[in-house]
Design a protein around this ligand. Structure first.
Ligand SMILES: [Zn+2]
Length: 243
């Protein structure tokens, strides 16, 4: 995984996010601003969850790239963009290496320990919003595109819809699938008590998606879209609007 992140492109990314959010906030033909996700009394904290990591590499792409590395790279880029906007963030991991207790002797035990560690962090954070980043995979090579999956908690669907709109802007409608409810087997999203969205940013089993996901430019574009989608949904809180 590359250690070099945004730096030269960071300012450009921030400008794109600002432009997108400004457009998204223009009232539609029927008047009224876009809905925001709930009216928290404090400033929202964005928890950026790079899926998998450590003993769990997640899916493997058709050329052998582990999902965990792509997720982490997009998560770190998103974190840098959010810093420009003064959005407080917490990352569930910042490295491909994870520490485990001595009794976590199998991969299964390590995964269970890690998922519990993440959910404890999420549910002990006040005013949290969870954005989990993953890549999709399928036995057939044809499915492609990004998708925002939402949890059952209040505000999750609105956040997924906002991220969907930003992904459509960034990637084009043909490469974005409609928002959907997250499957019950996804532990973090089903136990998170805050607004929560899982972004599947592409298919590692699709040659075109996989080739794009290996490039810095595409990962940056995804991070920009996630940032813009989050900021559009949470603008009332992030701009300090008294609510
Ligand atoms: Zn995954």
């Amino acid at each position: 995984m590359k250690k070099t992140l945004l730096r030269p492109a960071a300012l450009t990314a921030a400008v794109i996010v600002i432009l997108y959010v400004m457009c998204a906030l223009v009232p539609g033909p029927h008047g009224g601003a876009r809905p925001s996700i709930g009216a928290g009394s404090g400033k929202r904290i964005l928890i950026i969850d790079a899926g998998h990591g450590g003993a769990d590499g997640g899916a493997v792409s058709i050329t052998g790239v582990p999902e965990s590395a792509i997720n982490l790279d997009i998560a770190l880029r998103l974190d840098q963009i959010m810093a420009f906007f003064g959005v407080p963030t917490l990352l569930t991991r910042t490295s491909e290496e994870l520490d485990y207790p001595p009794d976590a002797t199998t991969i299964r035990k390590k995964k269970v320990y890690d998922q519990r560690r993440r959910i404890t962090l999420i549910n002990s954070t006040e005013n949290a919003v969870l954005l989990s980043i993953h890549q999709n995979t399928y036995p057939d090579a044809s499915p492609h595109g990004a998708q925002a999956l939402y949890a059952k908690t209040e505000g999750s669907k609105e956040l997924a819809e906002s991220i969907h709109r930003a992904l459509v802007q960034a990637l084009g409608a043909k490469n974005v699938r409609l928002p959907a409810k997250v499957p019950e087997r996804v532990y973090l999203l089903n136990y998170a008590q805050c607004p929560a969205v899982l972004a599947e940013t592409g298919f590692l089993s699709n040659p075109a998606d996989e080739a794009l996901l290996k490039t810095d430019a595409y990962r940056l574009r995804l991070a920009v879209a996630l940032a813009a989608g989050y900021l559009s949904a949470c603008t009332n809180e992030q701009t300090g609007g008294a609510s």
